[in-house]
Design a binder for this molecule. Structure first.
Ligand code: AMP
Ligand code: MG
Length: 465
């Protein structure tokens, strides 16, 4: 089968990338292929599972029509600016059906610095599970086309089995892409980037200010949706926030069990910069960096350019709050009479009583008794319930279509990874299957809804790169 590659990114000016070829691995094998996504892209899933397909997914052969490259980008990591990061362990093959097809872990690139360009199996499986679960929940995200075991070891703290992940994205343009050119004063490339990003993501947008406006809108909505499912990205660096508004870079990401607004999991995020409740503010901080990078394109007159940028940036809290209110109003089934006080008092109650974020919201569509059983102190939960009932008739089917029963709980993800490292992929595959229908009750699989037992609680996550 010939894969119908397009190479619009490779046709951008040379400042955008470095050409690179994947480094072959000795003995690759398929772990998972996403049949539905393959079909959506017009690729026969059986081809991907064939020897020829596997060789492509492992980086052992370059398919006809691909022009592999590593993308250039910069970024603020934990608020510190690096003028050059770039794809150190990712190689873009080209686009199929308008989507980027990228291999993660296929060997070093000119941007690898001291890294090996490889991925351990754990992060590959985590990204596969979580990104596909996000998609099934209706959250904008990059997708997983395939996971392959490389048959080689990668050296992390200890030697670990290696993997190669095929990521599909509307594009891999990041806020950091604009910062790369801004830092070099390369206005021609910056202009080309704006044109390209608008063309791919926001066809009605005409200029840099339109791009900023659209990215603000899509990222504000994205973060509101994250908040609604208790998702903590973990590394909201500007190189990990996409211009398309898709969730990208599932490193130390995690879902909250017990509700705690200050929750963070990432081991490297010691100060909690990227904690749950900080995500909206960080998104705004990142968007301000985008505006700074694009500034020279807003207006020839610097003062006017700053004024235009400010006017857009000032709207962020309002856009986010409206999206956030909508998400949570739907979660309590009262979309038509939004009431933040009512929502906030439920969140306060959940925090005080260390109730499970996912189960509390899901239980709202399953009767009083189920709801009350989520709380240690039924009296205050009963009081809240009375207020909620008095607020109007809740839309139960709406609630059940936005409050997931099944999320990739950290202990389940860790369990799937631990078994896979021992060579047993059945835990991973079953978890993945359950997560494909997050809003449906799945008889026989109730245990996947459960909170972790005390000895299963995951306290910290690691990038594991
Ligand atoms: P991330 O934490 O995944 O956003 O990565 C931050 C930067 O480090 C990016 O430029 C990556 O390409 C690079 N990087 C991460 N892991 C590796 C690796 N194993 N080899 C080379 N570069 C890496
Ligand atoms: Mg990254």
């Amino acid at each position: 089968m010939k894969l119908p590659f397009q190479n619009t990114y490779a046709n951008l000016p040379p400042s955008f990338f470095e050409k690179v070829t994947p480094t072959p691995v000795i003995q690759p094998s398929i772990i998972a292929v996403n049949d539905d996504l393959a079909r959506e892209l017009g690729i026969d899933p059986a081809f991907l599972r064939s020897d020829e397909g596997l060789a492509i997914l492992a980086g052992n052969t370059i398919p006809d029509g691909a022009e592999p490259l590593a993308m250039a980008y910069a970024g603020h990591q934990f608020a510190n600016f690096s003028p050059q990061l770039g794809d150190g362990r990712a190689i873009l093959l080209g686009e199929i059906a308008g989507k980027d097809i990228q291999l993660k872990g296929a060997g070093p690139t000119p941007f690898s610095r001291r890294g090996d360009g490889r991925s351990a199996l754990g992060p590959v499986l985590r990204e596969y599970l979580v990104s596909e679960a996000m998609h099934a929940m209706g959250i904008p995200t990059t997708r997983a086309l395939a996971a392959v075991a490389s048959g080689e070891l990668v050296l992390r703290e200890t030697p670990e089995k290696g993997g190669i992940f095929t990521r599909v994205a509307s594009s891999h343009l990041r806020i950091g892409t604009s910062q790369f050119f801004a830092a070099r004063g390369d206005l021609e490339s910056l202009k080309a980037l704006v044109e390209y990003a608008n063309h791919r993501h926001y066809p009605e947008a005409k200029n840099a200010l339109d791009l900023l406006r659209h990215v603000i809108n899509s990222q504000a909505h994205l973060v509101a949706q994250w908040m609604g499912i208790g998702f903590i990205h973990g590394v909201m660096n500007t190189d990990n926030m996409s211009l398309s508004g898709e969730t990208i870079d599932y490193g130390p990401c995690a879902f909250m069990d017990r509700f705690n607004p200050a929750q963070k999991f990432s081991y490297i995020d010691q100060k909690g910069r990227y904690a749950y409740q900080n995500q909206p503010g960080i998104a705004q901080w990142n968007l301000t960096r985008l505006a700074e990078a694009l500034l020279p394109l807003f207006d020839k007159n610097e003062e006017k350019a700053v004024e235009s940028a400010k006017a857009e940036l000032e709207k962020i809290p309002e856009i986010f709050e409206a999206a956030h209110l909508k998400v949570f109003s739907q979660k309590i089934g009262l979309q038509d009479n939004p009431d933040w006080d009512l929502i906030q008092s439920l969140l306060n109650l959940m925090k005080e009583q260390e109730a499970d974020f996912t189960l509390v919201f899901r239980s709202l569509g399953h009767g009083e008794k189920t709801f009350l059983s989520q709380f240690k102190n039924e009296t205050s939960a009963r009081e809240w319930l009375a207020r909620w009932q008095a607020a109007g008739e809740a839309d139960v089917s709406l609630m059940n279509s936005v409050n997931p029963a099944f999320i990739p709980r950290n202990h389940r993800v860790e369990e799937a990874i631990a078994d896979a490292k021992k060579g047993d992929f059945s835990t991973f595959l079953e978890l993945h299957r359950v997560l494909q229908n997050p809003y449906q009750e799945q008889p026989g699989f109730e245990s996947y809804q459960e909170t972790p037992a005390p000895d299963e609680i995951v306290c910290a996550t690691f990038c594991g790169t």
